[in-house]
Design a binder for this molecule. Structure first.
Ligand code: H79
Length: 680
């Protein structure tokens, strides 16, 4: 029996062990269905930090980070436990407010970075049962969610400023020794608590990890934790902060085999969505996650409603935060905004729930969401700026809708007229909703929108020749292209398959139907290059030269003008020989052996900035203060030895440097020691 269960687990986990694939919309992936349908959820940040309410001595700008930002000693912060008594807390009230706002799930802090557990945990005394309140908040919320048909989800911090085995300590915590701290014990504790959270409260929708960015947390731990959580609840959804693949506050998962079911932009909305990538923007209504009594900088209801539409039009979810008070109630401005959003959702929720990303590139008056209807497509136009002349123009669309109506007045059809590639909708002079009015268009099949073809090749440089593919998903079109920069016409060359280039060219392509252009023109420049010659007659040894520096910079320093702390030879781009974890820099210099002439892509993935040079040519520019993020560039190389330089610096926080390459017959990989040398 055991073996069967394990086999089943392996099968179900199989899809999820390899990073980006995780975010792929796999139609078999039933597990994600409810979440993609929901589109809108409530985040709740609640804990002991609600008591100081953002204020400590003269500082008023704190919130859930207060123990660290106000540097409160552990013993002093722990005293809040004796005070936490949110007598006005009523789980039904909270869940009803979320439901009435049109939210389908609630993610609440089972434990934030301060380490305090809002649930009854037998693995710690630092939990809700140690407070005068002594009620399991998680249990009451889980029950209320079930009652009202919402999914209950846990936010659980990996970083823990309380547990003695968690490492590292805050750098100002001089009196908290680390002598007996054992990170493996901490992981066991975290797993025990997760087991409680996954076994004592019924089905959990999402496990939303955070605080994964300190150097103690690794990809190996992330993979293991992901599988552990899925083993306890196979259908649960887990965010990408379980692993270390998140790209900073933009939040999407980098390439590289990281686990996690969705990306987590924080306080940001990505400029565009990405096909087949699941993500969720989390955002505060004012400037803080935890309750801050002094912060009155609230986003307007209009802003929040438009942000929701913006996010859904890009294929994402919106997780909107509330920071309850120490009495256990939502701040009034949050209640007001939830109510306003709810009023809008009551009439227009259909344009949000179960809808997906816009087929339009951009719309000057607002956004668009869409969903499949019987044998057709329904477009929801989210009109933020209502046309003063009563003419709402949908640009670049060739199909005509069967029905056009205001969502708020379903019965009345709106008159439409075609003007070339535009649909002009006659709308009332007054917007039905000053914040966002929805106009619905129903089409048979998929509407044909003037998106241009896609032009792709392996690289935009080549040595002898390269193959270009020019494609489109649109029906009943032909694609014509030119190679001399001129605008394609119906008489230009017809795309019938891959296009082979032997010379540099600007490839311009456009879609046509019935002899007329039905898209704008798109072009890509391809450059023919000579491979960089390799070094001849060199004396070389395995390894690379390194120079190590210390100092505080916000970008890569001028390495010529700073003092070298130490230098030597090392086998690889290994930064573990640093003397400190912050405020340092490295320069690695050497030769890379290239076996076969071709186009090579190089990558640096670093926290903070880095650069990769071949000779004096910058191939990868990845400078700046940032968490792990990858940049790449390509260069044509002859076979033989090429001089390279890697520069890297770290200011504060996590530190890591990964240098990879990819080329003819070399799949993307960290550059192996076997091809690294230095000149004698
Ligand atoms: O729970 C809320 C915040 O308390 C928490 N996340 C939300 C959902 C949060 N923790 N830290 N921050 C927000 C900001 C921290 C940013 C940084 Fe970093 C940590 C900068 C460098 C390390 C984020 C992670 C950006 C790079 C890595």
């Amino acid at each position: 029996m055991k073996r069967i269960i394990i086999l089943f687990l392996l099968l179900t986990l199989n899809n999820h062990v390899f990073g980006v694939e995780n975010e792929m919309k796999n139609s078999n992936d039933k597990r994600m269905d409810w979440w993609r349908e929901a589109r809108f959820g409530m985040f709740i940040h609640w804990g002991l930090y609600a008591i100081p309410a953002g204020q400590w001595e003269t500082g008023t700008n704190h919130a859930e980070w207060i123990r660290t930002t106000a540097e409160i000693p552990l013993e002093q912060y722990d005293k809040f436990v004796e005070e936490f008594n949110p007598v006005k807390f009523n789980a039904d009230d909270w869940v009803r407010m979320a439901k009435d706002a049109g939210m389908k799930y609630i993610v609440i802090t089972s434990k934030h970075h301060d380490g305090f557990s809002l649930f009854n945990s037998k693995y710690t005394e630092y939990d809700i049962m140690a407070t005068p309140f002594q009620r399991d908040i998680m249990e009451e919320l889980a029950n209320a969610c079930r009652k009202y048909g919402l999914k209950i989800c846990w936010y659980h911090s990996i970083m823990d400023w309380h547990h003695p085995d968690y490492l590292p300590r805050r750098n100002w915590e001089k009196n908290r020794g680390t002598e007996n701290a054992d990170f493996e014990h901490y992981i066991a504790y975290m797993k025990n608590q997760l087991k409680e959270l996954l076994q004592n409260y019924g089905d959990i929708g999402v496990l939303w990890f955070d605080g994964e960015w300190e150097e103690t947390w690794t990809h190996e731990y992330g993979k293991d934790l992901y599988q552990y959580v899925r083993s306890l609840q196979p259908n649960i959804i887990i965010n990408n902060r379980v692993d270390i693949g998140r790209s900073g506050m933009q939040g999407l998962t980098r390439d590289g085999g990281y686990v996690g079911d969705f990306g987590t932009p924080e306080q940001e909305i990505p400029p565009t969505g990405l096909p087949d990538v699941d993500w969720e923007t989390c955002m505060t209504m004012n400037d803080h996650w935890g309750y801050n009594k002094n912060n009155h900088n609230w986003k307007s209801a209009t802003d929040l409603i438009q942000k929701l539409a913006d996010i859904v039009s890009k294929g994402g979810n919106f997780l909107l935060n509330v920071g309850p008070t120490a009495e256990g109630i939502f701040p009034q401005p949050s209640i007001d905004r939830l109510a306003a959003i709810g009023q809008w959702m009551q009439l227009n929720g259909e344009a949000i729930h179960g809808t997906g990303a816009s087929p339009f590139k951009d719309l000057y008056w607002g956004r668009c969401t869409q969903k499949q209807i019987d044998a057709g497509t329904r477009l929801y136009l989210h009109v933020f700026t209502w046309p003063e002349d009563g003419r709402l123009i949908v640009p670049g669309i060739y199909s005509n809708p069967d029905r056009t109506y205001l969502l708020s007045h379903k019965i009345n059809e709106l008159d439409i007229a075609r003007e070339e590639d535009k649909i002009v909708i006659q709308v009332p002079n007054i917007a039905p909703d000053s914040m966002n009015s929805i106009v619905v268009l129903d089409f048979k099949g998929r509407p044909d929108i003037n998106n241009p073809p896609k032009i792709t090749a392996q690289h935009d440089i080549f040595i002898h020749n390269t193959n270009i593919s020019i494609t489109s998903e649109r029906e009943n079109i032909t694609i014509h292209y030119t190679l001399d920069g001129s605008e394609p016409t119906i008489n230009s060359i017809l795309v019938t398959g891959e296009v082979r280039l032997t010379n540099a060219a600007r490839v311009s392509a456009r879609a046509f139907r019935d002899g007329k252009p039905v898209s704008r023109t798109i072009y890509v420049d391809y450059k023919k290059v000579n491979p960089r010659p390799a070094l001849m007659k060199i004396k070389k040894m395995p390894g690379v030269r390194y120079n190590y520096f210390e100092g505080s910079w916000d970008s890569l320093p001028d390495f010529q003008s700073i003092d070298i702390k130490s230098k030597g030879i090392i086998s690889n781009f290994d930064i573990s020989i640093r003397k400190q974890n912050d405020f340092f820099a490295f320069m690695f210099e050497g030769l890379i052996y290239i076996e076969e002439e071709g186009i090579y892509s190089f990558y640096t993935d670093s926290d903070d900035g880095s650069r990769f040079y071949i000779g004096d040519q910058v191939v990868v520019e990845n400078d700046g203060l940032h968490s792990m993020s990858e940049a790449s560039g390509s260069v044509a190389l002859s076979s033989g030895y090429h001089p390279f330089l890697v520069t890297y610096f770290e200011k504060g926080g996590g530190n890591q440097l990964i240098v990879s390459y990819e080329g003819p017959n070399i799949t993307k990989q960290a550059i192996p020691e076997a091809v690294l040398f230095y000149q004698k």
